[in-house]
Design a protein around this ligand. Structure first.
Ligand SMILES: [Zn+2]
Length: 166
């Protein structure tokens, strides 16, 4: 799963690829008013440099995502870091037919509750589901630890498999 969300200053709201962990149907949406970006002090110092580039802009960020499913509309919190960039766009309204737009690429480091990275069956024991959900939360900050937690849940699943097949 891609942990980076592109946020343009013109986006009032954008839909991410993340499925809502509450309903597992809707997609999580980021609203501009629910996003806080604060440029790091060390990054602000770069603005005085004569070779300053957009990708030198680094910020701390946090926000709230909301499910876009009309019958759910649940919220999910996240925090992470953002890095600036310029993207090319094509438009007849711009001389030359194309232009550059500044965007912030947000890398999510923590999200709660995390979207499910794999489908969770209602047939799984609650203890397995909880281990997998813990694994999904770890994925955003440490894929290595997420894998260990996932492996643990798989082992526990195999040990208890016969008990819930009946
Ligand atoms: Zn939802």
């Amino acid at each position: 799963m891609d942990k980076v969300v592109w946020k343009s200053p013109n986006d009032e709201a954008m839909v991410t690829d993340y499925t809502c962990p509450a309903c597992n149907k809707g997609l999580l949406k980021l609203f501009k008013e629910d996003l806080v970006l604060r440029e790091y002090v060390r990054s602000k110092a770069n603005h005085k440099h004569e070779d300053m580039q957009s990708d030198w802009v680094e910020s701390s960020c946090s926000g709230v995502l909301q499910c876009n499913h009309d019958y759910c509309l649940e919220y999910v919190s996240f925090c992470g870091e953002a890095r600036g960039d310029d993207i090319e766009y094509i438009s007849d309204e711009v001389p030359g037919g194309w232009g550059l737009e500044y965007i912030d690429k947000i890398e999510i480091k923590y999200i709660y509750p995390s979207p499910n990275l794999i489908p969770l069956s209602a047939k799984y024991p609650e203890s397995i589901i909880q281990l997998l959900k813990d694994s999904f939360c770890l994925y955003w900050s440490s894929q290595h630890l997420a894998l260990i937690k996932c492996e643990l849940s798989l082992r526990r699943f195999l040990m208890t498999k016969s008990s819930f097949e009946a």
